[in-house]
Design a protein around this ligand. Structure first.
Ligand code: PLP
Length: 399
């Protein structure tokens, strides 16, 4: 049966303390116990439904986690203060000194920097591979490998991971397949395809209003409880906890995600087709020319499309910068990092979000200087947007 993530979110029902249609916000960092014994049991992890301290969990955070677990179809989830606050504890929880990670080489710059520069301080090492080359992925696995890490749709090159095949490799070698699904919420459901742990930066499409950072880890009860363990849980001990007020506001934004994702996808698909027809080197998973178009198609849930992210290559950084400045001047979007906003955002990843990746490695993975990454907005009239973008491009002799 087809997986329906938005239905799963909609089918949850919660009320506020006084019958409010939104759940009450738990505006407390600590919680009282009626008996000392219950406090002891809670510290021992044996008192279900009791709240202890807000770094551990809060009612508001649990509501948001429940909705995101419903979206991904996992047993449960833990929300965190940021996307990186979700990614780093997962890696630290699964790996100790001497362990090894096999990761896609085209991943979010912060994740890349963490694996490449930070994790080795704890003797956790990483082999970066072309995630679309399954033989290379398997060949990189060693006896100490614990994690196979990728993004469902990668940042910034929009490579698509064949999640079911990667899950089979992970299973064969007893690894955890960890998938960052930030670029493709609702469109792709990695846990349904065999991923063990699904991560999002809620900062992007899921919250959708560029007013906060946030993250989530979706997985089994066992793993999420491990992360929250007061003695050795990475979420509990590293401390990147989401605030309850934010959890409540993100939950409200999550309710319109299905509508927004569709509109982002329709707009991005329209522009990608036009740009490609104009002769621009365009990367969008919805285009038949995308190397993993068919894999995305086979994985995707109905109706949400291929997402709001696309890239074009305008030949040089100078041209990319000039175009982005002109588009901003014409109010076609903002020259800004991040994604999932109502307005189009654009940046040149080589000199911004992926600048953690050394120039040589950027070249090797196909990250060229003239690349512009677009997060296409919710524009009501995308034809008008296209015409105006085209005008900018002809003015600058890009077209
Ligand atoms: C932004 C982003 C992150 C990091 O999330 P923050 O909320 O900024 O910490 C991780 N992965 C991907 C794919 C992202 O786009």
């Amino acid at each position: 049966m087809a997986f329906k993530p938005a239905n799963n979110i909609q089918d949850l029902q919660y009320f506020g303390e006084f019958g409010g249609v939104n759940p009450s916000i738990s505006d407390s960092s600590t919680y009282t116990f009626l008996s000392a014994k219950t406090m002891f049991d809670t510290f021992e992890g044996n008192a279900d439904g009791c709240y202890l301290y807000s770094r551990h969990s809060t009612p508001s955070n649990l509501y948001l986690g429940q909705a995101l677990a419903a979206m991904e179809g996992t047993e449960t989830a833990n929300v965190t203060a940021s996307g990186m606050g979700a990614i780093t504890p997962v890696i630290m929880q699964l790996c100790g000194a001497g362990d090894h990670v096999v990761s896609s080489r085209t991943i979010y710059g912060g994740t890349y920097a963490f694996l490449k520069n930070f994790a080795p301080r704890f003797q956790v090492t990483t082999s970066f591979v072309d995630i679309t080359n399954l033989e290379a992925v398997e060949a990189a696995i060693t006896p100490t490998t614990k994690i196979l890490y990728c993004e469902a749709v990668s940042n910034p090159l929009l490579e698509v991971a064949d999640i079911a095949s990667l899950a089979a490799i992970a299973k064969k070698h007893d690894l955890k397949l960890v998938v960052d699904n930030t670029f493709s919420p609702l469109s792709i459901s990695p846990a349904q395809l065999g991923a063990d742990i699904v991560i999002h930066s809620l900062t992007k499409f899921i919250n959708g209003s560029s007013d906060t950072v946030g993250g989530v880890i979706c997985g089994t009860e066992e793993f999420i409880n491990n992360l929250r363990n007061v003695n050795d849980g990475a979420c509990m001990l590293l401390g990147a906890t989401m605030d309850s007020l934010r959890a409540a506001s993100i939950l409200k934004n999550l309710r319109t995600l299905h509508i927004r994702v569709k509109q982002h996808s329709v707009n991005a698909h329209y522009l990608a087709e036009k740009f490609e027809a104009d002769g621009l080197k365009t990367v969008y998973p919805g285009l038949a020319s995308h190397p993993s178009h068919n894999i995305f198609k086979a994985m995707m849930n109905d109706t949400y499309g291929f997402g709001g992210m696309l890239t074009i290559d305008v030949g040089s950084l100078e041209k990319a910068n000039a175009l982005m400045e002109l588009m901003q001047e014409k109010n076609l979007g903002y020259l800004a990092v991040s994604l999932g906003f109502y307005k189009t955002l654009f940046s040149a990843p080589g000199s911004s979000t992926s600048s953690e990746i050394p120039e040589e490695e950027q070249k090797e993975m196909g990250l060229s200087d003239g690349l512009i990454r677009f997060s296409i907005g919710l524009d009501a009239d995308i034809e008008r947007t296209y015409k105006m973008m085209r005008e900018c491009m002809t003015t600058l002799n890009i077209l």
